[in-house]
Design a protein around this ligand. Structure first.
Ligand code: GDP
Ligand code: IMO
Ligand code: MG
Length: 421
């Protein structure tokens, strides 16, 4: 099998960017299949750091082919800004391919996102993700990357036509106004720049598979933010899970090989929604501080808590994870005692399966097992044998509980701060 899938098994920010960059050297194609610039993937190489939002985490390898596939929603202006920043730092983005079927985020989507989530009920990134996927599903108001290939006059006409549908809706809901001629002007400029990259990626990827090229699919967001399987309505609007990797690329399920779940050694969440192991105490503050838990995209502090194995068992199940990469375990270095949630208590009853409705999850009280900490710096450990016994015990405990082998342990943000098991 030549296709590997990497995806986050919690609420995002598990360290996907680091792991994708680390193993990208073994792949020919690195492909984003869902989400948009709500994602923020950090990659560190020596002293250099990139925070990527739309571009796959392969930018340190200019020769690799980077694909933004059909399942992604693209803000063309944001993409060009990101490409400019990467190229200004000396990394060519010539090898970027954008799917002609990917939907575009326009100014009105961002305005709607801001207005609809004004109260912060969901706590979206306000990048226009939800409204763009809504237009895709409604089929009426959408613009796709292939439309950027139209002659200027036709593209202008299409945007103006879309605007006539949008206007009454905006007026009815009293949303802030958008400026059609600004949108036309911006989109035409983006079209000029992005045209050479737009292709039918379904054929490109499947042809690559038939030539035994190696493909890595890089998930954005996290399994519990999945529109179908996540903690709805406190989710994003795309198919984040393994199934989404197939619909988001046109690669058939039969071609998927290993499915690598990225798991942070504790839990974080940005935005609203139930979070049973959340810590609103000194331990939570310590995780946030030591783990630098601040949103890569929005700069919001991330909510922090202990590792939740009930949740993890569920996301391993729905994604068919064949292996786990455990990240940020070094953040636990300073704790005397570390807790792991192994079941919930709801209304006096023990619950072992992750509750799928937020009303139930909100009532879930975590039941913890306590494990002794290792109280030493593990960031220099290069082999499993180098780790202190209590750190080994923590890793093996997780592996045994979820029944998926942990094949990589990350002990720092840099490439060489990694243990392969
Ligand atoms: P992503 O969205 O899953 O790619 O994750 P983010 O980049 O949003 O957040 C992960 C953060 O943790 C980034 O700042 C990474 O540089 C950092 N990071 C990744 N792996 C490790 C690790 O093993 N230890 C530590 N201390 N930091 C890590
Ligand atoms: P990466 O790829 C963490 C969260 C937002 C919000 C909810 C809906 O870096 O792991 P949206 O703007 O998508 O409509 O917001 O989803 N969210 C993420 N949280 N990491 C992400 O991406 C996220 N992408 C979306 O905070 O709660
Ligand atoms: Mg992130």
């Amino acid at each position: 099998m030549t296709v590997s899938l990497i995806l986050g098994l919690q609420w995002g920010d598990e360290g996907k960017g680091k792991i994708v960059d680390l193993i990208a050297k073994d792949y020919d194609y690195i492909v984003r299949f869902n989400g948009g610039n709500n994602a923020g993937h950090t990659i560190v190489n020596g002293k250099e750091e990139f925070k990527l939002h739309l571009v796959p985490s392969g930018v340190f390898y200019p020769e690799k082919i980077k694909v933004i596939a059909n399942g992604v929603v693209i803000d063309p202006g944001a993409l060009i800004k990101e490409l400019d920043e990467i190229e200004a730092r000396g990394y060519s983005m010539e090898n970027l391919i954008i799917s002609s079927n990917a939907h575009l985020i326009l100014q009105w989507h961002k305005i709607m996102d801001g207005a609809l989530d004004d109260s912060g009920k969901i706590g979206t990134t306000k990048k226009g993700i939800g409204p763009a996927y809504s237009d895709k599903a409604s089929r009426t108001f959408a613009l796709r990357a292939c439309d950027l290939l139209l002659p200027e006059v036709d593209l202008t006409k299409k945007i103006e036509e879309l605007a006539t549908y949008k206007k009454p809706l905006f007026e009815a809901f009293d949303f802030p106004v958008f400026n059609v001629s600004d949108i036309v002007e911006e989109t035409l400029a983006c079209a000029k720049r992005l045209k050479p990259h737009i292709q039918d990626t379904q054929f490109i990827l499947n042809n690559a598979i038939s030539k035994n090229k190696k493909i890595m699919l890089e998930g954005a967001n996290g399994a519990l933010l999945d529109i179908d399987h996540g903690t709805f309505p406190y989710v994003t609007s795309s198919s984040v899970s393994a199934g989404g990797a197939c619909t988001g690329t046109g690669i058939p399920p039969t071609k998927l090989g290993n499915i690598i779940g990225i798991v942070k050694a504790y839990t974080t969440r940005v935005g609203s929604g139930p979070f049973p192991t959340e810590l609103n105490d000194a331990d939570g503050e310590k995780l946030r501080e030591v783990g630098h838990e601040v949103g890569t995209t929005t700069g919001r502090p991330r909510r922090c808590g202990w590792l939740d194995l009930v949740l993890l068992k569920y996301t391993c199940m729905i994604n068919g994870a064949t292996e786990i990469a455990l990240t940020k375990i070094d953040v636990l270095d300073g704790f005397d005692e570390i807790k792991i949630c192994t079941s919930y208590e709801i209304g006096g009853k023990k619950v072992s399966d992750f509750p799928l409705q937020p009303e139930k999850l909100e009532k879930a009280k975590p039941v913890y097992e306590k494990l002794p900490g290792w109280k030493s710096d593990i960031s220099n450990c290069k082999k499993f044998e180098d780790l202190p016994p209590n750190a080994k015990n923590y890793i093996k405990h997780i592996e045994k509980f979820v029944g998926v082998p942990i094949k990589l342990v990350s002990v720092g943000p840099k490439r060489d701060e990694t243990i392969i098991l």
